[in-house]
Write a protein that binds this ligand. Sequence first.
Ligand SMILES: Cc1cc2nc3c(=O)[nH]c(=O)nc-3n(C[C@H](O)[C@H](O)[C@H](O)COP(=O)(O)OP(=O)(O)OC[C@H]3O[C@@H](n4cnc5c(N)ncnc54)[C@H](O)[C@@H]3O)c2cc1C
Length: 373
Amino acid sequence: MPQEITIIGGNVAGLASAYYLSKKGINVTVYESKIWNKPCGGAISLEFDYYLRNVLSVFLEGSDHFTERFRVGMWNGRCMEDEGIFRIISRHDLQEKLINRIEKEEGVKINFKQVSVRDNHLFTPQTIVATGYSGFSQKIFRRKWHPSEFAFTIRYDGIIEEGKFPNTNLIILDSKKMGYGWIFIGKGNHVNIGVGALAPREYVWKKYYELFNIIKEKYGYYIDTPQAKPKCWILPMLVNKLKYPVNQKQNGIEFIGVGDTLGLAHAISGAGIEPAWMSGWVLAESLNDKRQINVKKYTQLLKVNLRKTVWRRTDHLLSFLSRKPIPFKSSLGYYSLHIVRHRMIKMMRKYPWFAFVHNGIRETGFSLEKMSD
Ligand SMILES: Cc1cc2nc3c(=O)[nH]c(=O)nc-3n(C[C@H](O)[C@H](O)[C@H](O)COP(=O)(O)OP(=O)(O)OC[C@H]3O[C@@H](n4cnc5c(N)ncnc54)[C@H](O)[C@@H]3O)c2cc1C
C-alpha cells in the first residue's frame, strides 16, 4: 500500500513537496484555502523559470518578458547597474499553473479548504505544514516562531506609461532600518513597487510614500503616488535558520515544516520562492526505507542546501552587520555589494536556489550549460 501524507498549504513549498513525494510513490493530499496573488516582488531566477518551462512544462505569463538591466541603488540616488538576473512573474499565475500541473501527477489530490488545527481527521501521522506566515503555522510552530524576526512589506501594482521610465529593475537599499524598496517592470509595462523592512509597520508606510518621490526624482520613473492604501504583508525572516526543530509533535501527529513556515527566505532580500521549492524537494529526498520522512536527514540536507544557496557565509555576515548599529552603514552596504556581487551571481548560477544539492552536486533536472533562452 502506498504511504499517505497530508500537506496543508498549496503554494510553492506545499506543491514542491507534493510533486517530489508523489515521484517517490507517496499518495499526497494537499489542502489550500484559495489561489491568490501574494503581494510579493515576484522575482524568480532565469534558472527557475527555465526549470518550470522545461521540466514541468509550466509557462508563466512573465516568461516571455525580460528586463535586461538591473540596478541596486541607495536612498540617496547612488547606484550600480548590472545585467538582469531575474524575471518578474505573477504569484497568482504561478500558484494556479503549478496547481493545474501538479494535480496531474499520479497520487496527488488537491482540495480547496481552509484547514484548522482542530481538523484532526485530515492529518496523517506525518503532516506537512506549508502554510507560510499564517495562523495555522503559528499555532503549530509557535515556540519556534517566537524569537524570529518579521519584515513588514507593502506593494503597489500599476501600469507605467511608455517613455516614462528607464527599462531597468531597481532595488533601493534603506540602510537605516534593515530593508529595501523595489520597482520591478513586468510584461506590458506593468510595474510592481514595494517596500519591505525589519521595522515597525508605520515606518514601512512612511518609506513606501517616500519611495515614490525618490524613484521619480533620483531614478527617473515617472509614476504618480497612488491614492489607495495598499495592503501590508508580513514575511518571517529567521536570522539563525534551523536553530529550532523543523518538526513539532502535537496530539500524536508529527507536523513537519517547509518553506516560509521555517522562515527560509533570504535574510536580506527576502527572496523565498526558490528556497520554498527547494525545501519540498529536500523533504522528499529524506524518505527512509519505511517511506517515512527522516526528520534528522531532512534537517541535515536543508542545512547543506541553505549554506550553499540563501545562507552562505557572506549572506550571514552581511545580515549580521546590517542588524548592528554601525555608523556609515549605507556606504558599507554599497561597497560590500560592489565587492561581492559578481561572486554572488556566480554562486547563484552554480547552486540555483530552487535545486537540490547533495554531496556538492546540484540536481536541477536540466543542464545549466544548455540553458540557451
Ligand atoms: C512583499 C514580499 C515580497 C517578496 N518578494 C519576493 C520575490 O520577489 N521573490 C521571491 O522569491 N520571494 C519573495 N517573497 C517571499 C515569498 O513570497 C515567500 O518566501 C514564498 O511565497 C514562500 O512560499 P511558501 O509556499 O512557503 O508559503 P506561501 O507562499 O505563504 O504559501 C502558503 C499557502 O498556504 C495557504 N494556507 C495558509 N493557511 C492555510 C490553512 N489554514 N489551510 C489551507 N491553506 C492555507 C495560503 O493560502 C498559501 O497559499 C516576498 C515576500 C513578501 C511578503
